[in-house]
Design a protein around this ligand. Structure first.
Ligand code: DX5
Ligand code: ZN
Length: 220
């Protein structure tokens, strides 16, 4: 299992040192939580733009962009220039499947992997039609909007269900879980069939990034 560190709570004054420490600690991705103040209450556009630009210029660790926004296409265009490994859009932000596919196609045509994310209350079956077109499904294990929340246990069943569907249909899609993941619940997430976990608070608030990331990966 890979680890994507959410840099949502990284303080600006400490960001250079923190990014360096996360890279040497072995994070597999920097997870960039982009919020527009509309799709969710908080607005992180300015800070995440600044961090993405900076990270693209200093590191080879891939960027994993998670768009929690209403005006999806213009945000894809703003973030694609930072050459992320993948961009994930929300199922709930699209008016229909056609619009969703137009975003996914645009992302893939620009040398980037495409992901689709669903909120805790969205049924997993809703995205089955889209699976052949995406590289990743990001299952929100908390309500999108802020870090430091507690994982909603029912979302683990969605991971299991999706994993079974992916295997049964021979699809090549990675499952990523995002929100409230820590050393106490990561084993359950792994058992459910997750490929990538996103962790913010549990890494950033820990005293030793390397140890925490290694433990998250191997699930002690
Ligand atoms: C929530 C974000 C997450 C989250 C991760 O809207 O998508 O990436 O903040 O942070 P923790 O691990 O603190 O829940
Ligand atoms: Zn996220």
């Amino acid at each position: 299992m890979e680890v994507a560190t959410s840099i949502l709570s990284v303080k600006k004054e400490k960001c250079i040192q923190t990014f360096y420490n996360l890279e040497t600690a072995g994070t597999d991705y920097f997870h960039i939580d982009v919020m527009d103040g509309k799709f969710v209450k908080n607005d992180t556009t300015e800070l995440m733009t600044e961090y993405s630009e900076y990270l693209n210029s200093i590191t080879n660790v891939p960027l994993d962009v998670h768009l929690m926004v209403e005006d999806v296409m213009s945000y894809i265009k703003s973030f694609i220039i930072f050459e992320p490994r993948n961009i994930t859009v929300h199922y709930e932000a699209a008016k229909d499947e056609g619009e969703l596919l137009s975003w996914i196609t645009y992302i893939k045509e620009h040398n980037c992997k495409a992901g689709i994310s669903i909120k805790p209350n969205t049924e997993i079956e809703k995205i089955y039609n889209i699976l052949p077109y995406v590289h990743t499904v990001l299952i929100m294990t908390v309500e999108p909007g802020k870090g430091g929340q507690e994982l909603i246990p029912e979302t683990i069943d969605k991971i299991k269900k999706l994993k079974e569907y992916i295997s049964k249909n021979n699809l090549e899609v990675d499952i990523e879980a995002d929100g409230g993941i820590n050393l106490d619940n990561v084993e359950k997430i792994r058992e459910a069939g997750c490929d990538i976990i996103v962790a913010g608070t549990s890494i950033i608030d820990s005293s030793n990034y390397k140890e925490t990331i290694e433990k998250l990966k191997s699930c002690f």
